[in-house]
Design a protein around this ligand. Sequence first.
Ligand SMILES: *[C@@H]1O[C@H](CO)[C@@H](O)[C@H](O)[C@H]1NC(C)=O
Length: 249
Amino acid sequence: MGVSNGSTLLAEEGKNKTCADKCSFSDHRQLSHYLSLLCFLLTIITLLLTLCLVQITSLFQSQLAVQKNKLSDVTSRLEKQSQSYRLLFSQYPALNQYCSVSNSTTGERRCSSCPAGWIPKGEKCFLFSQDRADWISSQYRCMTQGGALVRVSTEEEQEFLWSKAQSLSQGDSYWLGLRSSGGQGGWRWSDGSLLEKGPQFWAREPDKSDSRELCGRLTPGDKYVKTWFVSRCSGQVRRICERRKATLQ
Ligand SMILES: *[C@@H]1O[C@H](CO)[C@@H](O)[C@H](O)[C@H]1NC(C)=O
């Protein structure tokens, strides 16, 4: 039993040995086969990647060229724009009044239909002064700024002037463009038109028999009505100037 077992073991061993030799030989061949296949694949992949990279690079370069073209186009258009902008302001200096430089570093301008310091409302611009003067001097000062003492044409305008005056006046009064030369002349706006034709907001109806030269002022109270007062024209109060908004007509 032991003998027979031993002989079979030997035989098995011989068989294994021959297989080990043969098998390792075929394994090597297979391995080298696989390796060369792997190498081949790697080469292909590398080639493809390179191709991709070249494609991407050329794509980027063409994109970059397009962007550069656009940029130089925009730059030249901007240059032309600012040339005509400078020309406009040198030929029409009055524009500086309406489009003042808001940033001295960049030269940026901000345009408004009213000059700096004037408040826009409706078709007009209004200036509420802080200094005081008599009526004639006040009218003169408005005129040197291209305006005139205010003429109140509508109730809406009166309400607006009253609310502004109330917030700015600090208890002071403002000259209106209202004057009476006394007697039959009646009350007129400084442009010569009769007051009778428009709305009136007197605190007390003026005495028609008074023959003195008198002027009208606005003293803001709690309501926008009854805020006009008859006053001696030599009185020193603030003023409200008006002028037309800028138009290109
Ligand atoms: C002016 O413009 C520059 C650049 O845009 C900005 O940094 C600066 O704050 C501006 N100055 C004023 C007073 O607005």
